[in-house]
Design a binder for this molecule. Structure first.
Ligand SMILES: NC(=O)N[C@@H](CC(=O)O)C(=O)O
Ligand SMILES: [Zn+2]
Ligand SMILES: [Zn+2]
Length: 347
């Protein structure tokens, strides 16, 4: 691509990490993802979480019922791992085509993770089965020990969980979701072809100063939390390198405005309305537009062993202002970059 392109046409992308929620929230947020992406990996952290084939099928049906008729979109379902999940149930879901992957939340690491895994040893049989099946394991990579500082939780997870887990299951396909640190960027860059990673737009665009200096900005608060700028720089360098196993995963995670602007606000950034233009802005700043299409549309399906999407999407260089809020019944959602001007727009 040339230095100052006026438009970017790329193969239809996929989003390898999203939260669609349920009910009215699902109806409101789904079209922002399904208008742009061919597929998306749907996180299972509902209340209660998706831990069975029956629950996964029912959730997929609710998503398909909420899908606008003109959108050609396939939700890729995931199963939430718990200490007591039966490997046969997971295998049934995978071989039937319902579950694309399984998700590991360390217990209490993030939103709706109270049923998560307390100890890797308790899911060893499940991981063994996944390794045999070639079923990807998606990981929220943070330790949860109360004494570990929140800014160190990802780095500590790599040393104390990822390294031993991957040496115990060397052929298991693992995606380290929403990486946020230099430690993770270096770990992923040095790893073999069994490890992939997703990176969100907010972790590429911002660091913790943006969230905390001059007032606290709750709409930038997500988990893993934004880190210091050297970490942001390392993530930017990783995507600019065109690494073949790093791909688009927005972690769009809507919460109602009043639950984020609160004395104990929820973690999660609702970025689906702006994510592709936001990523394009980052790749252009980095002079790395030559790697943009692979990040959005090729690296993910190749890692998952799925076909690339047919069809294309076009971004045009045109300024537009991101809405300040999006209505949801009598409540509202505040999108990522609310009120700001973006220079790329989906045609
Ligand atoms: N990223 C977040 O801050 N929140 C996510 C959970 C998650 O992906 O960890 C959510 O479900 O709200
Ligand atoms: Zn997470
Ligand atoms: Zn998430």
């Amino acid at each position: 691509m040339t230095a100052q392109p006026q438009q970017l046409t790329l193969r239809r992308p996929d989003d390898w990490h999203i939260h669609l929620r349920d009910d009215e929230m699902l109806n409101t947020v789904l079209p922002y993802t399904s208008a742009v992406n061919g597929r998306a990996i749907v996180m299972p952290n509902l209340v209660p979480p998706v831990t069975s084939v029956a629950a996964g099928e029912a959730y997929r049906d609710r998503i398909l019922a909420a899908l606008p008729a003109e959108h050609a979109f396939t939700p890729l379902m995931t199963c939430y791992l718990t200490d007591s999940l039966d490997p046969d149930e997971l295998e049934r879901g995978f071989t039937s085509g319902l579950f694309t992957a399984a998700k590991l939340y360390p217990a209490h690491a993030t939103t709706n993770s109270s049923h998560g895994v307390t100890d890797i040893a308790s899911i060893a049989r499940v991981l063994e089965r996944m390794q045999k099946l070639g079923m990807p394991l998606l990981i929220h990579g943070e330790v949860t020990d109360a004494h570990v500082d929140i800014f160190d939780r990802e780095a500590r997870f790599i040393e104390t969980v990822m390294v031993p887990l991957r040496s115990q299951f060397p052929a298991l396909k693992v995606v380290m979701e929403h990486i946020t640190t230099q430690d993770a960027a270096e770990y992923v860059a040095a790893a073999d072809e069994t490890l992939g990673a997703t990176i969100t737009p907010q972790h590429l665009m911002f660091n913790r100063n943006h969230m905390l200096v001059g007032g606290i900005r709750p709409h930038l608060y997500c988990l893993p939390i934004l880190k210091r700028n050297v970490h942001q720089e390392a993530l930017r360098k990783l995507v600019a390198s065109g690494h073949p196993r790093v791909f688009l995963g927005t972690d769009t995670a809507p919460h109602l405005r009043h639950l984020k602007e609160a004395s104990c606000g929820c973690a999660g950034v609702f970025n689906a309305p702006v994510s592709l233009p936001a990523y394009a802005t980052v790749f252009e700043e980095l002079n790395a537009l030559e790697h943009f299409e692979a990040f959005c549309s090729e690296n993910g399906p190749r890692f998952y062993g799925l076909p690339l999407n047919e069809g294309t999407i076009t971004l045009v260089r045109e300024s537009w202002q991101v809405p300040e809020s999006i209505a949801l019944g009598s409540h509202s959602l505040v999108p990522f970059l609310a009120g700001e001007t973006l220079n790329w727009r989906i045609a």
